[in-house]
Design a protein around this ligand. Structure first.
Ligand code: DC
Length: 217
């Protein structure tokens, strides 16, 4: 069986950075499932499809050409790496992520990322829905205040102005939508290890996951 590490958790918990570092250390492939939902958010905006048009959005997903090349993401051969990282696309991703037809359409695409020698998959439902067979499931989180501070620093470093109170409010709103939706809500599975990174460095979080993985593999 090809090994899988599923890392789920709320927005700005550090999942992406930690998951990528774990994948690198183990020489595994990496799936950024959030990027797929962000792409759907962007594509639906470009095609003027409303969030209420569930079936049309599902159909649209099946026709998207998505490619990951290193750290770059391409949609229909166009580099959308930066375009999908905005706060607006985070919100749009969260909205389309609540639509069952969209989740169904992205199901096989995500399964396709599982290849030898192994996969680190990051998202909201990696351990609960997409890869329930994962050898290791981690629920990675941090307090909303710390997550908002991290997001704030990221935006400022990119030269984008930001307001910490608005960021905290946005983040709490997105958490609420992601945890309360009916299809594949963000929850800590019973068999997932909880990793609170509020007071941990990235390196410490990565090493903890490696230790857990060595103990279960
Ligand atoms: O991980 P992220 O912040 O890039 O994800 C953006 C949004 O996409 C998130 O708020 C909810 C949605 N999403 C999802 O519904 N399921 C996933 N597996 C990953 C992301």
């Amino acid at each position: 069986m090809i090994p899988i590490i599923a890392i789920d958790g709320p927005t700005a918990s550090g999942k992406g950075t930690v998951a990528q570092a774990v994948a690198k250390e183990l020489g595994f492939h990496y799936l950024d499932s959030g990027a797929l939902y962000r792409i759907v958010g962007l594509a639906s905006q470009q095609a003027n499809v409303e969030f209420s048009q569930h079936q049309q959005l599902g159909k649209m997903c099946l026709g998207l050409q998505i490619e990951f090349v290193g750290n770059q993401v391409f949609l229909n051969q166009k580099d959308v790496t930066e375009a999908i990282r905005t706060e607006e696309m985070g919100h749009r991703a969260s909205s389309v992520g609540a639509i069952p037809a969209v989740r169904e359409a992205l199901f096989s695409l995500q399964k396709g990322f599982l290849k030898e020698p192994g996969l680190v998959a990051d998202g909201r439902d990696m351990g609960s829905v997409i890869f329930p067979e994962a050898q290791l499931k981690v629920f990675l989180t941090a307090t909303p205040q710390i997550r908002a501070q991290r997001r704030y620093k990221q935006l400022i470093a990119k030269g984008i102005s930001a307001n910490i109170d608005i960021l905290t409010q946005d983040l709490v709103e997105r958490d609420l939508r992601d945890t309360q939706r009916e299809t594949a809500p963000l929850v800590q599975s019973e068999d997932a290890f909880l990793l609170d990174t509020s007071n941990k460095t990235i390196e410490a979080a990565v090493q903890q996951i490696i230790v857990w993985y060595q103990s279960v593999k």
